[in-house]
Design a binder for this molecule. Sequence first.
Ligand code: UDX
Ligand code: UDX
Ligand code: ADP
Length: 488
Amino acid sequence: MVKICGIGAGYVGGPTMAVIALKCPSIEVAVVDISHSRISAWNSDQLPIYEPGLEEVVKECRGKNLLFSTDVEKHVSEAEIVFLSVNTPTKARGLGAGKAADLTYWESAARMIADVSQSNKIIVEKSTVPVRTAEAIEKILAHNSKGINYQILSNPEFLSEGTAIQDLLNPDRVLIGGKESPEGQKAIQALKDIYAQWVQEDKIITTNLWSAELSKLADNAFLAQRISSINAMSALCEATGAEVSQVSLALSKNTKIGSKFLNASVGFGGSCFQKDILNLVYICEGNGLSEVANYWKQVINVNDYQKNRFVKRVISSMFNTVSGKKIAVLGFAFKKDTSDTRKTPAIDVCKGLLGDEARLSIYDPRVTEDQIQRDLSTNNVEWDHPIHLHPLNPTMVKQVSIVRDAYEATKDAHGICILTEWDEFKTLDYQKIYDDMQKPAFIFDGRNILNVGKLREIGFIVYSIGKPLDSWLKPEGHAYSGVMDIIP
Ligand code: UDX
Ligand code: UDX
Ligand code: ADP
């Protein structure tokens, strides 16, 4: 039986290795991680991450050809192919802080591979890494090689959280980058043979190493750019009376543009978009391409602007202050169908509202209370992000309660902010919610999932991103003069 090992049992490594095990019964797949709590969760009924369909796949394979272990060294030394899916966060300090990728975990994994290997191996980069990382890994391995031959491949993961299993079972494409040498081509073929067990051959693209690494950063930058483009349009729609969903629809029918990733929102979140764009910006700067760096940086600037604009809209609508008012926050995850809160716009919006001394009552169907508290009490110092630089006063954290359903969150609230597009928020009994709220009752729909007309009929004052403003919210004279600005 061929043995493969996945290092890193996170959002990428866990589902990816589980699907390989499902589709390749003749391969023994070991998923290893240094975190004991993560591994014991993977071995229990309560998996460490929520992902539709994941539990079924794990249950089907675990104990057969899929195992989860903290014995990293044993499984790495036995494997012919090692997938690296360790975390590569943005560097918090030192050279390139706030922009460059932090390769500490990744480097220590590479050193460990070099230490424990006794036979030739193919090393597959799954984590998104800066371009030419393969070169660095090669140096670490070569210096400790004991005569062992390593082939490095870049095989970036394109799954989206919330649809990871579907994306893995039925990918748009699989990208494999490797060396052009005969050994490199042989390694590419070995990995291709694994994917070919369930992916059509014409969807498997092979390139050189650097193209594969850069394609992943480019992919995320292009997707995020579409969201910032439509979000920028949403601000103009609000100012002019156009409707962003109508503009999106019109754009989507242009086959040159296409229909996906055109939903205006309170802003994009998730572990990839911001991190990968910052990484791209850093690489451009390092290569003296300041215009290119500035172009991509603007995608993040618009995203910050969008989150800020939302907070300002809430505060200005509610008589220029939310101090002491109860605001129900529905949704905290960075998108629906995931428990992940990394870089969720909810963090910035909540911090902005707390900055004006709101009392928050937060409900998310999948995110734990601990996670929300942790997200709101830590300060991520990142790049030149004014929002993140706000130190959160400990008394503000006391202004937050995390509750178990949407009705509890909205009871006696002055306003509601929808920050994640969970399906269950579409079918709540808004008449009941309205009856139990303070009046006037406000709803700020940061995901454009609600029927604005119906809510207005009930009596709500409604703000929806990029839609014509409720007469209540229409600015007179200077739009937001006097509104507290959350950017210092
Ligand atoms: C454009 C729009 O496509 C069309 O929908 C609109 O109604 C009028 O403007 P046009 O200007 O005639 O049409 O040509 P188009 O094919 O869009 O090309 C515009 C420019 O972009 C050209 O200089 C073209 O060479 C360039 N281009 C286009 C690229 O450089 N790369 C591409 O991938 C596509
Ligand atoms: C993304 C990429 O889609 C995936 O290809 C890559 O491999 C990893 O990063 P993910 O971060 O899981 O996946 O989620 P995605 O669906 O891309 O959403 C990212 C953010 O953009 C979310 O906060 C989402 O709510 C937001 N979004 C998405 C919008 O605001 N509008 C849209 O139209 C689409
Ligand atoms: P991603 O979204 O990229 O999958 P996660 O943070 O969810 O990121 O997962 C990365 C995992 O990698 C974590 O569970 C972490 O404990 C693990 N990890 C980091 N460094 C190592 C290492 N040297 N050996 C094994 N596992 C590691």
